[in-house]
Write a protein of this length. Structure first.
Length: 209
């Protein structure tokens, strides 16, 4: 019996005692990730990536089709942040953290969904720093993994996919092909790196199992 599958958390309200049920949805080493943490983290991410100050927060809930991918995203974000901490890189300046917290405070003010999941100030700061650190380290890794595609490699792709290019000469497509192949190569390297660090930190996604 998996004793971590369901955790009960009791939250007191001004009127009466309400029970907030949150499921264990994943694990990274000994750290347990709950459905509530996923909800808070995804809401924070939505706010931080929004261009406008006032933004509607999607009400993500367990059982929804998109919840499984949200769990995967939070687990990956967590291991990337852990890897950044281990390598002592991608430290987030206090000013950037505070700016992010101010943006979140403005965006969630008066939102019923945010009040319902009741994140504490400590949780919001913790998940915000994690998100910013993971983003910074991922950018660092992406830059280090970006390769150079040679003209010869581009020529081989062109010859193997002549139907896509018709009678147009290689020179007209060379740079576009090199850009495409470089992006394809980078994505594969990032995917492979994700798999390595997921094994390193013993990631488990209970929603996907």
């Amino acid at each position: 019996m998996r004793f971590l599958v369901l955790l009960l958390m009791f939250v007191a309200t001004s009127a009466s005692a309400a029970t907030l049920v949150t499921e264990t949805v994943g694990q990274v080493s000994d750290y347990v990730v709950t459905s509530r943490e996923v909800q808070i983290s995804m809401a924070i991410g939505h706010v931080l990536t929004a261009e406008k100050a006032k933004v509607a927060i999607p009400e993500l809930r367990p059982g929804q089709a998109e919840f499984a991918s949200a769990v995967t995203q939070v687990l990956l974000e967590l291991v990337v942040a852990l890897e950044a901490e281990n390598f002592n890189v991608a430290a987030v300046p206090d000013s950037e953290v505070q700016d992010a917290l101010n943006k979140i405070d403005r965006a969630v003010a008066g939102k019923a969904y945010w009040a319902q999941i009741e994140p504490t100030a400590a949780e919001v700061k913790k998940f915000t720093i994690r998100k910013l650190a993971a983003k910074s380290f991922l950018k660092f890794k992406t830059n280090s993994m970006t390769g150079i595609i040679t003209d010869q490699e581009a020529q081989v792709y062109y010859e193997n996919n002549r139907a896509k290019f018709g009678s147009s000469p290689f020179e007209g497509f060379k740079e576009n092909i090199k850009t495409f192949l470089a992006q394809q190569q980078l994505e594969e390297r990032i995917r492979s790196w994700f798999e390595v660090i997921k094994r390193k930190y013993k990631v488990r996604n209970f929603v996907a199992e």
